[in-house]
Write a new protein. Structure first.
Length: 377
């Protein structure tokens, strides 16, 4: 499963308007920034979790009594919650700048990241897909220190709508590089963009098969592989499959909004509480192939078919099910693949095409619901 996407958000000047005295210590001072709620709802639906990070100079002292702060702050949190916006954590530094407050030797006051160090230690946190939104340069410095993207909310900069557009366009993309003693594989996928596949593995027939995945899967797909083909094609096929599976898994993210089943396949696609199933049957002359996908996060592969020949186009046919098994192992995919026919070329190509078509159905977005009673896939 790919890492969690976290949106770190400043409070004053970002969620709420900052008054001239720079203190929200009375209810009448509380005013939401224009467009903040619709934008946060879009980002929530895009899979972001929210963490508030705020400097509150002298909170708990005479200059900003705790009781004066708590009332408006609690009201803000209740307003956001009433709209379905929840913050997983609220990180507030109450110190004055001159105090230089530390945690584990790191300043806690923004742009210091002392309050957020646990996110760097959390392996489920995906830095590359997370971001920080604030209204000051210190917020952008905080983003750089943490290693996430930074957005500046300003009259001559971004507003909440453009920020939601930018982060919402992040899309389902992934790049994976797999390097072993036998191969070096680079895979890139963009599940939300249709483009001609770009494949170069050094094995012409295998290239032709991989092209089917991108073309019939309906997504941008490129593979580059330098493998030990002087030995045989096994390592090239296996490592490409593992890299492609990892790229698909990463690009799918938390799988929120994926179609539970497709309406296009000739057979009814199935769904249950634990995962998503998409079925597709595809003919190629005398050959007929069927693929059923379950993007449950649990790898399992079942193959039913016998190829008349042991080799086609320089590819050992025993590597066809091995490719899909490796794809499933790395991608957390449950795939049932069945093929019948007389012409080995037709049967192998039908396998790649039908898997691509079933995958196209399974990854299609349909709303924002996570289709699992478990709460994760």
């Amino acid at each position: 499963m790919s890492g969690r996407k976290i949106l770190f958000v400043d409070r004053d000047g970002t969620l709420i308007v900052e008054p001239p005295d720079q203190q929200i210590d009375a209810y009448e001072k509380l005013q939401l920034i224009e467009g903040v709620i619709p934008a946060l709802l879009r980002l929530r639906d895009a899979g972001y979790e929210f963490v508030m990070v705020s400097n509150q100079d002298g909170l708990g002292t005479e200059s900003l009594p705790q009781e004066s702060f708590d009332g408006p702050h609690d009201l803000l949190m209740r307003i956001l919650a009433s709209q379905g916006i929840f913050f997983g954590e609220v990180l507030i530094d109450p110190s004055f700048p001159h105090e230089n407050r530390m945690q584990d030797g790191v300043p806690t006051r923004k742009p210091g990241i002392g309050m957020a160090l646990h996110y760097l230690r959390d392996r489920s946190f995906d830095l590359a897909r997370s971001a920080m939104v604030g209204d000051r340069q210190t917020d952008l410095e905080f983003a750089r220190n943490l290693g996430v993207r930074g957005f500046l909310l300003a009259p001559d900069g971004d507003d909440w709508n453009t920020i939601a557009d930018a982060l919402g366009r992040d899309g389902r993309r992934a790049q994976v590089e797999r390097v072993t003693r036998e191969t070096r594989v680079r895979v890139a996928v963009d599940l939300d963009r249709d483009a001609e596949p770009s494949i170069a593995t050094g094995h012409a027939f295998f290239d032709h098969m991989l092209e089917q995945l991108g073309k019939h899967g309906g997504f941008a797909f490129s593979v580059r592989c330098a493998g030990d083909l002087q030995v045989d094609e096994h390592h090239t096929v296996e490592d490409c499959a593992l890299a492609i599976g990892e790229a698909l898994r990463t690009a799918l993210g938390d799988k929120r909004g994926i179609a539970r089943y497709g309406s296009a396949p000739p057979r009814e696609a199935e769904a249950d509480g634990d995962g998503l199933r998409a079925a597709f049957v595809l003919p190629m002359d005398e050959a007929l192939a069927e693929a059923v996908f379950d993007l449950s996060g649990r790898a399992y592969f079942v193959f039913d078919g016998v190829f008349p020949r042991t080799e086609v186009g320089g590819l050992a046919t025993e590597l066809v099910p091995h490719f899909f098994r490796s794809l499933c192992d790395a991608g957390g995919i449950n795939l049932h693949l069945r093929v019948r026919g007389e012409n080995t070329h037709h049967m192998v190509e039908a396998c790649f095409k039908v898997v691509a078509r079933a995958l196209r159905v399974a990854i299609r977005r349909d709303g924002n619901v996570l289709a699992s009673t478990k709460g994760r896939l």
